[in-house]
Structure formats: C-alpha cells, structure tokens
Design a protein around this ligand. Sequence first.
Ligand code: 5GP
Ligand code: ZN
Length: 129
Amino acid sequence: MCIFCSIVNKEIPSYCIYEDDTVFAFLDINPTAKGHTLVIPKEHCISFLDCPATLRNHVFEVAQMLANRLEKQLNCDGINMLSNIHEAAGQSVEHFHVHLIPRYKGDTEIIHFHETKDIDFEELKRKLK
Ligand code: 5GP
Ligand code: ZN
C-alpha cells in the first residue's frame, strides 16, 4: 500500500489539519516552510492526471479553503500551490497531492523558473491547440 494511503488509514501517524469523506490534509513531514501542507484525495490515484473530476475538484476546493486558513492563521505573505506530476517533475510519492507552501518575506527558497532558449512557438501551438 502507498505511504499516503497508509496515512489516510491512520496506519502511519500524521498531523492532520482537515478531513472529510473524500479528502485529507496534513502537514508535510519535511516542511519547506512553516505550515507546508499536503492535500490529498483519500482514494488512491497517482497524480493530477488520473484523479476523477469530481474528486479532483473537491481536492482543489479544500486546498483553497486551507490556503485561506494558512494565510489568516500564520500571517504568511504568500503561498505556493503546486502538484508535481511524475518523477521527472519531482514527484516522489505516487499518490496525487497538492502542496500548499506558505511564504514569508525574506524566504530564500523561492521557486524560480529560468528561461529555456530555442523554443519553436509556432510548432508548439500547432501541436497543442
Ligand atoms: P513530492 O516530492 O511527491 O511532490 O512530495 C511528497 C512530499 O511528501 C514531500 O514534501 C515529503 O516531505 C512528504 N512526505 C513523504 N513521506 C511523508 C510522510 O510519511 N509523512 C508526511 N507527513 N509527509 C511525507
Ligand atoms: Zn495511495
């Protein structure tokens, strides 16, 4: 069984901050910042890509509610909300999860995207539209 399914089933302890019939949220064990939270569906799915629509929508509904709660209760100055999809993108646990990472002024570990050169925008538009 996957580690997050074990957390949902309370076989592994966690600092749960929200739970309902289908969604579970808990504090990340290796927080990048104070209040780093993971929001997950109770039902196992691998990533954002294979999560059934109704459940996916509820995960994001809970994520929004908790992001507002983090801002209010922790007085953070911003939040990163992200979900890694597959190993190449940094996903280490193959159970869909949304990270909520509170950000505080002066944080050093901010996510930056660096520019990639040699992109054919016309080709990409043909493929993706
Ligand atoms: P990923 O790298 O897949 O996007 O994120 C997985 C996250 O799960 C990591 O930030 C990691 O610290 C967290 N994590 C892994 N195992 C456990 C655990 O047993 N308990 C908790 N609370 N978090 C975990
Ligand atoms: Zn699982």
